[in-house]
Ligand binder design. Structure first.
Ligand code: SF4
Ligand code: SF4
Length: 635
């Protein structure tokens, strides 16, 4: 992505790709990611406010909207967490504006407290909630199916299947929300969020900008008496939504052109995967895009016309179970296949192969077709184990913690972020990980219930997001534990978004040390994350201390540091191994494991200059000091 100067607004840099997304005229076709198409849809809907806490696979929506916000006149906020993002977006929509809130699937758990009651009050303008689910856990701690949140909260749900549908469905979601005065959920999964495809855009609308909050406490103050009415109200609106679900082309039956008593139901990316075999299939397909509330009459009619039906959807048997229940309710004798019999996997992502396999097993597809497709398959991408980047400050911090805790029984709760990779050998400093902010809470539980020492790791963004209450709890419970805040000055894992600890773009920083002290922590020490020696000593002292102690290991994410150096024309530093001094002990590889350190044929170690990011921490780690700085500028 290259910065483009032409449309820089009020001192901000708008990237060329994002500029194209903004500038495209109605009828123009762009090659967009599903997430970029959602961002464009929001602009076409005239979104007034967008808020998020960054989370893959939803991150690119924010990367676009944050970049273009000033230019198009929308308010964009990276919130401290998803609940706050939900509340901000809700209040804008209650004030008659159009708002968008988006997050990864587990973010909905954080936002759920606000969401469940928001469904009762509804909104006055329009509010769209995008949840990006992650089948296969590419970058997540679980693979929950957030379609169940729509049923749970009683809110409409849309499931786009392609980047074009990401745009069309999101725009429809804004209209639908305005019509029903309810938030509408758009659920994507990783392949829909991250697939790139042609998207024909429409006209952009201008944001209204200023909310007008008309007081109506009986609707917006959810005291018990009002909540009871709110529950009835949302159920009434969902009955209205069901009528739309019956008539919308988002839910449609497609005849495959060859007669057969076979029915196939598909939603999300399962639909384009399925349609790869359209020329070889018989019967008809029910493509479902508005999947809460379901079009019961349309589905019953579809089921009556077939003898067997197979359901393809990612993750839970959300549609499949409802289809079975509907068949029962309407007394339709039809065999429903899917995840129930293990025919379609309930874990991981679907792909064309898995769909073909199920169709062959049901004798709905000729195995020769599958073989023909397999013959032209591309080679598999080699698997790579996840590793911290060369030069990442987290590696030295975890190494120092390991050194400091040698010959001691220390438990290491860890949290969500790049640094969760310290759980892997050789640092192996990760004993429990649940969710954002949980390292301090689980650490408090371990400190209260075991006789072991506890050293919990948490990143800076995660600390602001959900770590603070755990820290207050640990102090108030008078526990003994150490918390290491690994502060790399960004939300690195999702693409370097800002957080409340960072002052930029007119936003003041919330002082981390001050905040930690205000939580009641008496011992707060800050070190450079690259200073392994000082950190090792600090961890040793902290592990012997009573009460809650906090060590802040601070060093800007090396990737950002190198990017800034490049902009300033500063030559990157490089390190090398002096062969004569290297004892071939392998300590740097076995205990520290920077991927830039490589083993040569003669068993000695060298630094690959193509990978080295010049942090210099390995020079401190090497026992005979065989690693030294070289003054060399990489081409
Ligand atoms: S730690 Fe130092 S001496 Fe040992 S293998 Fe690595 S570079 Fe050589
Ligand atoms: S200086 Fe050493 S630790 Fe840092 S990136 Fe280079 S090889 Fe890795």
């Amino acid at each position: 992505m290259a910065p483009g100067g032409s449309c820089a607004a009020q001192g901000t840099t708008v990237y060329e790709e994002n500029e194209q997304i903004v500038a495209a005229k109605a009828g123009e076709t762009l090659l967009l990611l599903g997430n970029e198409a959602i961002a464009r849809a929001a602009l076409e809907a005239g979104v007034d406010l967008a808020a998020t806490y960054p989370g893959t696979p939803s991150s690119e929506i924010g990367l676009v909207l944050d970049d273009v916000a000033k230019e198009v006149g929308l308010k964009f906020q990276y919130a401290i967490n998803e609940k706050v993002a939900m509340e901000v977006a809700a209040s804008a929509a209650v004030g008659g504006l159009k708002s968008l809130v988006f997050m990864k699937h587990v973010g909905m758990n954080v936002a759920a407290d606000a969401l469940m009651t928001l469904a009762y009050s509804g909104v006055r303008g329009a509010m769209v909630i995008v949840t990006a689910d992650d089948p296969g856990c590419h970058s997540s701690q679980n693979e929950q199916d957030n379609r169940l949140f729509a049923k749970f909260a009683n809110l409409p749900l849309l499931e786009p299947a392609t980047p074009q549908e990401c745009l069309d469905f999101t725009k429809f979601a804004f209209e639908f929300s305005a019509f029903l005065e309810l938030p509408v959920i758009v659920r994507t999964t990783t392949r829909v969020s991250h697939a790139r495809g042609p998207v024909t855009v429409g006209d952009r609308a201008t944001p209204k900008r200023t909310a007008h909050f008309d007081r109506e406490p009986s609707r917006f103050v959810m005291l018990p008496s009002n909540a009871r009415e709110g529950h009835k109200r949302v159920l009434q609106k969902m009955r209205l939504a069901e009528g739309i679900s019956e008539s919308t082309p988002l839910n449609r039956v497609e005849d495959l052109g060859r007669k057969g008593d076979i029915g196939i139901v598909a939603s999300g990316p399962a639909y384009p995967y399925l349609m790869e075999f359209a020329d070889d299939l018989m019967g008809k397909v029910l493509k479902l895009g508005l999947t809460n509330p379901l079009p019961k009459t349309k589905i019953a009619e579809f089921l009556r016309g077939v003898k067997r039906v197979v359901v393809f959807e990612e993750l839970e048997p959300y549609l499949e179970d409802q289809l079975r229940a509907l068949a029962n309710e309407y007394d339709i004798h039809v065999e429903v296949y899917g995840k129930g019999q293990g025919l379609v996997p309930r874990t991981g992502e679907l792909d064309p192969d898995l769909i073909a396999e199920a169709l062959v097993r049901l004798e709905m597809l000729d195995p020769k077709t599958v073989q023909r497709l397999r013959d032209v398959k591309l080679p598999k991408v080699p698997e790579r184990p996840p590793v911290l980047c060369p030069g990442c400050g987290h590696r030295g911090v975890a190494y120092a913690a390991r050194q400091a805790s040698r010959r001691q029984d220390v438990l290491f709760p860890v949290d969500i972020g790049c640094y969760s990779l310290i759980e892997y050998p050789p640092t192996a400093t990760g004993d429990i990980l649940l969710c954002m902010g949980s390292s301090i809470g689980t650490g408090a539980g371990l400190a209260a219930t075991t006789d072991k020492k506890v050293l919990a790791f948490i990143g800076d963004s995660t600390f602001y997001h959900a770590g603070i209450p755990g820290l207050i709890h640990a102090v108030h419970q008078n526990l003994t534990m150490t918390v290491c805040i690994m502060d790399n000055g960004t939300t690195a894992m999702t693409g370097h978004q800002p957080h409340p600890g960072i002052a930029e773009g007119g936003h003041p920083a919330v002082d981390m040390e001050g905040l930690v002290r205000a939580c009641g922590v008496k011992s707060v020490e800050t070190y450079d994350a690259y200073d392994v020696k000082a950190l090792t000593k600090a961890f040793r002292r902290a592990l012997d201390r009573d009460g809650v102690s906090v060590i802040i290991a601070r060093h800007e994410c090396r990737l950002l540091e190198l990017r800034d150096q490049k902009v300033k024309g500063v030559a990157p530093t490089l390190y090398q191994v002096i062969p004569e001094k290297c004892t071939k002990c392998d300590f740097c590889i076995d205990a520290f494991a920077c991927p830039a350190l490589v083993k040569l044929e003669d068993e000695s170690v060298a630094i690959d200059p193509a990978f080295c990011n010049g942090c210099g921490v390995c020079a401190d780690v090497c026992p005979p000091k065989a690693i030294v700085l070289v003054k060399e500028v990489r081409a």
